[in-house]
Design a protein around this ligand. Structure first.
Ligand code: GDP
Length: 476
């Protein structure tokens, strides 16, 4: 009955007129950003997110994605990205890697890239279900390195402040041993001499190499972020600076407040300032402020595998990274621009490295690591959710028998192509005390992606719940 009224010719004409007006009022755009430190799973996550949407149909395994479950999703297609300066997110290449036999993981994030999707759907409720035949949500997804967010606190530091921070970091004996070449080079550089750009570049590249070695050793709080992932700034002089250790300041009798004009010291100070003004600030002002939803991926399991220091460092890095989401009246972020992020997902990635019974623990561990940072965070109208996901599930879970008892197991393929069947162990809900590691280690396995065997949809864990949290309110 109700439908017959809406099919009346006059109503149909009114509907046509109202359609145009209504579409102007519908909020049909989301700018979603995905970040996390190197190796946290950003490329895998975006590949899977795009794949789940492009391949969403009745056969897809997305039970919690309501627009699909309610039969209202009409179709999704890729569209030309809005910002032509950014790289195009290499979705096709990633899918080609995953479709090889044997399948391989796609190349990781090295800078900013973007992908735009158009999601066509039927309205669920309200007048719009009668006025609009269907609606379109434009979804822009931006991938950027979490390391770049570690630079925000630099904006409030002077060069001497930064040197103090770096001295604290170098107090760690392990870091000191990794910094050997850099420390030797900076000790031999005469900082009061006339600036020599080539020498500065050489020492800066040793500093950058030291940071990259720290990363390989499991350190996560590494900064300046562009020294790890320079993006478009590879070889740019704005990255040719480094910290001067206290011992060198004392030996060369340096006055950081009065560097001789055109000296190595003066150039270092000015490049540090330029890095803040020409690299860090524009990232926040031109890009970060455009995002309205954000996913932060955290690889807790690899940190556990690497040991206590790595977990501690990850926690410290998260603390720094979260400063970009701590809004408040006197906050630096608010002074730079008006933030508009309204939904934040913290996702512990690679949950297919553990058995399903341990996934609750993984979320608890993540929450615990974020606790300090969250306590300091004043979410103004920001909805946040923690979860454990696998963007591209590379293992199968099941039950195995040990001494006649059934235990949960995982099966997957290792780097050498061998099938592994194992119980990877329990995930702690908090970071274990240093003593724990003297007797025990974690050995969560790494798996190669499984062969897609003709399927177009990537296997996953909880990507549908993430989609629901991020998109459902805009697909009503
Ligand atoms: P990025 O540096 O943040 O872009 O990280 P990637 O997405 O490239 O992921 C780094 C590595 O983590 C990959 O090469 C995979 O080995 C692994 N990885 C990422 N996501 C998953 C996942 O969902 N499951 C499994 N098993 N491994 C993953």
């Amino acid at each position: 009955m109700q439908h017959s009224i809406f099919k009346h010719p006059q109503i149909q004409r009114a509907k046509q007129k109202l359609k145009l007006t209504a579409s102007r009022f519908t909020d049909n755009h989301i700018s979603l950003a995905v970040t996390g430190l190197s190796g946290s799973g950003k490329t895998a996550f975006i590949t899977s997110l795009v794949n789940q949407l492009l391949e969403a149909n009745e056969q897809a395994h997305l039970p919690f994605f309501s627009v699909l479950a309610e039969g209202r999703l009409i179709g999704v297609k890729r569209d030309i990205q809005p910002n032509l300066i950014f790289n195009r997110f290499a979705y096709e290449q990633a899918m080609s890697d995953l479709s090889q036999n044997p399948a391989r993981w796609p190349a990781s994030t090295t800078g900013v890239s973007q992908v735009r999707l158009k999601i066509k759907y039927k309205n669920a409720q309200g007048l719009s279900q009668y006025l609009l035949d269907d609606s379109t949500l434009t979804l822009d997804i931006t991938d950027y390195p979490g390391e770049w967010l570690l630079d925000l606190p630099l904006l409030e530091m002077s060069y001497p402040d930064w040197l103090e921070h770096c001295d604290d970091e170098l107090a760690d004996t392990k870091r000191q041993s990794l910094a050997g070449d850099f420390l030797e080079a900076v000790t031999n550089l005469q900082l009061l001499n006339k600036a020599d750009e080539i020498s500065l570049q050489k020492v800066a590249s040793l500093y950058s190499r030291y940071l990259l070695t720290c990363q390989t050793e499991g350190y996560q709080l590494l900064q300046p972020g562009r020294f790890i992932l320079p993006g478009e700034l590879t070889n740019a002089p704005v990255l040719h600076f480094f910290p001067i250790p206290k011992s060198v300041i004392e030996n060369q009798n340096l006055d950081l407040n009065k560097p001789p004009h055109d000296s190595n010291l003066a150039i270092l100070i000015s490049r540090f300032e330029q890095y803040k003004n020409a690299v860090v600030k524009p990232f926040y002002k031109e890009h970060f402020k455009q995002f309205d939803r954000q996913v932060i991926l955290v690889d807790c399991l690899t940190a556990l595998n690497r040991g206590h220091r790595s977990v501690q460092d990850l926690q410290k890095a998260l603390d720094w990274l979260m400063k970009s989401f701590q809004y408040g009246t006197s906050n630096l972020i608010n002074r730079l621009f008006e933030p508009k992020i309204d939904k934040l997902v913290f996702a512990a990635s690679k949950a297919d490295h553990i058995t399903p019974d341990q996934q609750v623990n993984l979320v608890k561990l993540l929450d615990n690591m974020l606790h300090q940072a969250r306590k300091k965070t004043q979410y103004q109208g920001v909805l946040s959710e923690s979860t454990a996901i696998s963007a591209i599930r590379a293992s199968k879970s099941g039950l195995g028998k040990v001494k006649n008892e059934e235990v949960p197991i995982l099966r997957g393929i290792d780097n050498e192509g061998h099938t592994l069947t194992l119980y990877p162990g329990e995930v702690p809900t908090t970071c274990p005390e240093p003593d724990f590691w003297k007797h025990q280690n974690f050995e969560f396995p790494k798996f190669m992606p499984t062969n897609l065997a003709g399927s177009h949809s990537l296997p996953h864990i909880r990507m549908d719940q993430v989609l629901e949290f991020l998109l459902a309110d805009k697909l009503k």
